[in-house]
Design a protein around this ligand. Structure first.
Ligand SMILES: CC(=O)CC(=O)SCCNC(=O)CCNC(=O)[C@H](O)C(C)(C)COP(=O)(O)OP(=O)(O)OC[C@H]1O[C@@H](n2cnc3c(N)ncnc32)[C@H](O)[C@@H]1OP(=O)(O)O
Ligand SMILES: NC(=O)C1=CN([C@@H]2O[C@H](COP(=O)(O)OP(=O)(O)OC[C@H]3O[C@@H](n4cnc5c(N)ncnc54)[C@H](OP(=O)(O)O)[C@@H]3O)[C@@H](O)[C@H]2O)C=CC1
Length: 293
């Protein structure tokens, strides 16, 4: 029997957590948004307001729909505030230690029948499940960025995930009006197994001087019809997340073809993480993005 998901908790109010909160609320679900700092939750709510306003200005959503969606999202300062949720989705930083720590403290606050999910881009679902008290009710629910716009959600079962958990997650995604696909639990699943090596290769292309930031992005936008150039997309995803995914691929598949580009490592070490820190392969501090190389 599938569990009908009506109340969703979200941990991590960054670009993904806020987007997931928004689409859940817009679909009529009650949402509790958590982060480790109150100002992060406030910033996440600000992102949601801006995104809802964009949808209203495009005529995709009316004012009343936007207001009622926003009212369905409450701040959750502690994990205890997630205690009445049917599903909790972790969307914190792409770092296994951070996620394991969250799961090891979260579960005691939840109903025994609640489903726990992770939005990880790459990390083993089976390993993360082992940090919970309910591996059979744990699953990967991997949304794409920007969540309000992208149609796909990857579902990834760990070794212990029960059919009922998978079917409940599938029904939840259908309720959001999105399309789910099933990926096996291998490093970075399907989308990022293919997308991130392409982005890493674009960074090598820059590193080796084959082209500038602008020529690489223009080449892929106009020559391969990608909506964003790969370096623009890397900045959009977050260079820290890109590096973490490449490291998971490199460690998990033990193949040198996944070696993270040293230039990517350097940008992350500089704290130039892309749009979220206003500098990456482009500098976003002025009115228009300027290539940094
Ligand atoms: C790393 C991982 O684990 C997995 C991942 O997510 S990988 C990343 C996957 N995502 C991608 O590859 C995104 C690639 N980029 C794109 O598809 C497009 O550039 C984009 C949809 C992001 C923006 O499209 P664009 O045409 O350049 O810009 P823009 O015209 O501003 O936006 C297109 C539409 O989306 C809407 N939109 C964009 N961002 C939005 C947001 N955050 N909230 C609400 N609406 C938004 C715009 O209002 C616009 O709507 P209309 O078509 O109705 O006018
Ligand atoms: N960016 C993308 O395109 C995509 C990302 N993902 C995945 O989604 C997840 C989140 O990514 P994204 O939203 O981009 O990252 P962001 O950096 O935008 O947001 C992460 C948020 O999690 C918070 N956080 C860190 N530690 C904790 C904790 N212990 N408890 C609660 N909150 C915490 C961070 O706070 P602080 O900043 O203070 O550390 C930050 O607010 C990652 O697993 C990522 O791989 C999946 C699909 C696409």
């Amino acid at each position: 029997m599938t569990i009908d998901i009506n109340r969703v908790g979200i941990i991590g109010a960054g670009q993904m957590g806020s987007g997931i909160a928004q689409v859940c609320a817009a679909a009529g679900l009650e949402v509790r948004l958590n982060d480790r700092e109150a100002d992060r939750i406030e910033a996440g709510l600000g992102t949601i307001d801006a995104s809802l306003a964009k949808l209203v200005s495009k005529g995709t959503l009316d004012e009343a729909g936007s207001r009622s969606a926003r009212e369905r999202i409450l701040s959750a300062r502690t994990f205890a505030d997630l205690g009445d949720c049917d599903l909790v989705i972790e969307a914190a930083t792409e770092n296994e230690a951070v996620k394991r720590e969250i799961f090891s403290t979260l579960c005691a606050s939840l109903r025994p029948d609640a489903i726990v999910a992770t939005n990880t881009s790459s990390i083993s679902i089976t390993r993360l499940a082992a940090a919970t008290d309910r591996p059979e009710r744990f699953i990967g629910i991997h949304f794409m960025n920007p969540v309000p716009v992208m149609q796909l959600v990857e579902l990834i079962r760990g070794i212990a995930t029960e059919d009922q958990t998978y079917e409940s997650a599938k029904a939840f995604i259908a309720k959001l009006g999105k399309t789910s696909t099933m990926s096996e639990d291998f490093p970075a699943f399907i989308v990022n197994r293919i997308l991130l090596p392409m982005i890493n290769e674009a960074i090598y292309t820059l590193y080796e001087g084959v082209g500038s930031v602008e020529s690489i992005d223009t080449a892929m936008r106009l020559g391969a019809n990608h909506p964003m150039g790969p370096l623009q997309l890397a900045d959009f995803i977050g260079l820290d997340t890109c590096l973490s995914v490449m490291q998971v691929l490199y460690d998990g598949l033990a193949d040198s073809k996944y070696r993270p580009c040293p230039l990517l490592v350097k940008y992350v070490e500089a704290g130039w993480l892309g749009r979220k820190t206003k500098r990456g392969f482009y500098d976003y501090r002025g009115p228009t993005p300027i290539p940094t190389r």
